[in-house]
Design a protein around this ligand. Structure first.
Ligand SMILES: Cc1ncc(COP(=O)(O)O)c(C=O)c1O
Length: 385
């Protein structure tokens, strides 16, 4: 029998997060800093809105574009942040994940090169490879706050470079590009006629004290940028699978056409949850953010007290990269030993690219007790290596 597996899928890398989460199932009770998801349940007014939709009998296919009230609410939320996106410049998707894939699909041809950071969100590589394209990784460093070095980006551009895919605040680094850095990236895109996808899933979780600036807001960028966003992180709605993309009309129209071939539309009840999330008081978001800030402070202080491991205060998202270079262990060995000895799960930095080697990722979307327990386990572990 022939090997029916496509080369593309054979070449798609396996998620190290899933691998380590899988390894953790061997142990009875694991203290997890692994999975990147809020530990809060979805706020009640949001789930109520979903239930009400179900009670109205809205169990049919929804419009491919997303329901009008949700697109109107998204449009208004952009206007509130000084960005102008009409209802025909956006599409509602199944999580930010499918928005990303559709945006890449709409803009890339086989063989195109895409600039991404190293380390970066692990799914980027897989998606780009799946589409027959080439991820071109540009290393980013802890000492630069995990921002791109614009010169390194310029050096990575070739005639095949079609796209730059950026993600601030970042998973896994917690880095946030400052205004000047974002401006430099925008200028590179315009000067080199490169399209941009900006993954803004964590834009609300911005600890810099300065407003988040979208690359789409720089001169010449709106027409060459697709913004990917969603409800998973901001509103603790990971299970609802609700996301969206905003960008130039023609690109969005193409994404809607492509979407028809994949998932057709997003469940109406879930979309009404999105309407409630955007149009109600944002106090629930502020409350969750206050807790994330507090937990971040606990974790940063805890890690930096332990000899042999350190971290910088992350600027955004709910992740931090702890520097383990002093231990002499590679990140896989470190994470595997920590899991084995202390039943504590962190993700090896190398799972996000070679540039993540020497680091392990902690997600601090977990409670104070777990953080304190984690620091005890980590301290005990560090004494053994
Ligand atoms: C950087 C980044 N982008 C996109 C996603 C996808 O989010 P979702 O599909 O849950 O909306 C995630 C989820 O972890 C993420 O970390």
């Amino acid at each position: 029998m022939r090997n029916f597996m496509s080369e593309k899928s054979a070449n798609t890398p396996r998620s190290v997060i899933r691998e380590f989460v899988g390894m953790s199932y061997k142990y009875d009770k694991v203290l997890s800093f692994g999975f990147g998801q809020p530990d809060f349940v979805t706020p009640k007014h949001i789930t109520d809105a979903m239930k009400e939709s179900l009670d109205r009998g809205e169990s049919f296919y929804a419009p491919n574009t997303g329901i009008l009230p949700l697109r109107e609410a998204i449009s208004k939320s952009y206007a509130d942040r000084g960005l102008s996106y009409g209802i025909d410049e956006m599409v509602v998707t199944i999580g930010g994940t499918s928005a990303l894939l559709l945006a890449l699909e709409a803009s890339l041809d086989i063989g195109d090169e895409v600039i991404i950071s190293d380390p970066c969100y692990a799914a980027y590589d897989g998606m780009i490879i799946m589409l027959g394209c080439k991820p071109v990784r540009v290393k980013i460093f802890e000492e630069d706050g995990f921002m791109f070095n614009p010169e390194a980006v310029r050096a990575a551009i070739t005639p095949k470079t079609k796209l730059m895919l950026i993600n601030f605040p970042s998973n896994p680094t917690g880095g946030v590009a400052d205004y000047d850095n974002m401006k430099a990236l925008a200028e590179i895109c315009v000067e080199n006629d490169i399209f941009c996808i900006t993954d803004e899933m964590y834009r609300e979780l911005n600890w810099t004290g300065k407003p988040f600036v979208s690359i789409a807001s720089f001169p010449g960028m709106k027409e060459r940028t697709i913004i990917v966003d969603g409800f998973s992180k901001t509103y603790a709605m990971t299970g609802a699978r609700l996301g969206y993309a905003a960008g130039p009309k023609e690109m969005i129209a193409k994404m809607i056409m492509l979407l028809e071939n994949v998932f057709s539309s997003v469940f109406t009840a879930v979309q009404w949850g999105g309407v409630a999330a955007l149009t109600s008081s944002q106090q629930c978001v502020e409350d969750m953010k206050a807790l994330y800030r507090h937990r971040k402070a606990l974790l940063v202080e805890g890690i930096n007290k332990i000899p042999g491991i350190s971290c910088k205060d992350p600027a955004g998202a709910f992740y931090l990269m702890a520097n383990i270079k002093q231990t002499g262990l590679d990140s896989r060995t470190f994470a595997a030993k920590l899991l084995d000895q202390e039943h504590m799960l962190v993700i090896p930095g190398v799972g996000f690219g070679e540039g993540g080697e020497g680091f392990v990722r902690f997600c601090y979307a977990t409670n104070d007790e777990n953080i304190a327990d984690g620091m005890d386990r980590l301290e005990r572990f560090m004494k053994t290596i």
